[in-house]
Design a protein around this ligand. Structure first.
Ligand code: C5P
Length: 207
């Protein structure tokens, strides 16, 4: 099967030297790419800036901003049988990116932010994707309700939810603990394990 996987953070430029981003390391998405390759699948990995080496023979597409990730996904998603959206996409970008480095002349600096496109949320209707769609949800509260809401709203077959309020798992850690909610109402609990192990179990569930 052909997999499309998004991974890592996005960067939203403020000026030529500064940006807004988040704490995603990309480890979970890269582990998913590795696990899919190990099962003999083809993988396109659409990645924000990370410090990880490319897993094996993955076809790596490097992007920076959410809008670049949107375009990269849009042009490739319909070649895929399975699309997994693991990237931590910035919800907002700076409305007007300064052409020159912003000087610290004032005591206050106001940045106006505008909403980025929801890439996962565009998969079904806007991109017309009919394959298996997998989303992730990193939550700090009401994990189950939020995850089930996203599963439904974004037209996913599976939604993998994890608790990022915990300091021992999730963002930038090597281990994770998660629950896979499926469209058919079933739940698969993945116990604390390395991101490699969690990735193998997710790929197995999708299969
Ligand atoms: O940010 P949120 O919790 O809604 O993210 C849930 C899922 O949606 C994740 O799989 C994430 O990769 C995806 N997403 C996306 N584009 C966005 C925001 C989130 O693809 N702009």
């Amino acid at each position: 099967m052909k997999f499309l996987i998004t991974a890592g953070p996005t960067r939203e430029a403020i000026d030529p030297v500064r940006y807004l981003s988040n704490r995603s390391s990309g480890k979970m998405g890269y582990a998913l790419a590795k696990a899919a390759l190990e099962e003999g699948h083809e993988v396109s990995l659409i990645s924000g800036p990370v410090s990880l080496s490319t897993p094996g023979s993955a076809n790596l597409v490097c992007i920076e901003s959410a809008r670049e990730m949107f375009d990269a996904v849009k042009t490739r998603i319909n070649e895929a049988d399975v699309a997994i959206f693991c990237a931590a996409v910035s919800d907002y970008r700076v409305a007007d990116i300064a052409a020159e480095k912003i000087k610290k002349n004032n005591d206050e600096l106001l940045l106006k932010l505008v909403k980025n496109p929801d890439i996962l949320g565009s998969a079904r209707q806007e991109f017309g994707f009919t394959g298996i769609l997998v989303g992730f949800a990193a939550e700090t509260e009401n994990i189950e309700a939020n995850a089930k809401g996203k599963l439904e709203r974004k037209g996913c077959d599976f939604l993998v939810a994890n608790d990022v309020s915990r300091s021992d798992i999730g963002f930038d850690h090597d281990s994770n603990e998660a629950v896979i909610y499926a469209k058919d109402g079933s739940e698969t609990r993945l116990k604390l394990a390395s991101k490699e192990d969690i990735a193998r179990q997710i790929i197995e569930r999708i299969r």
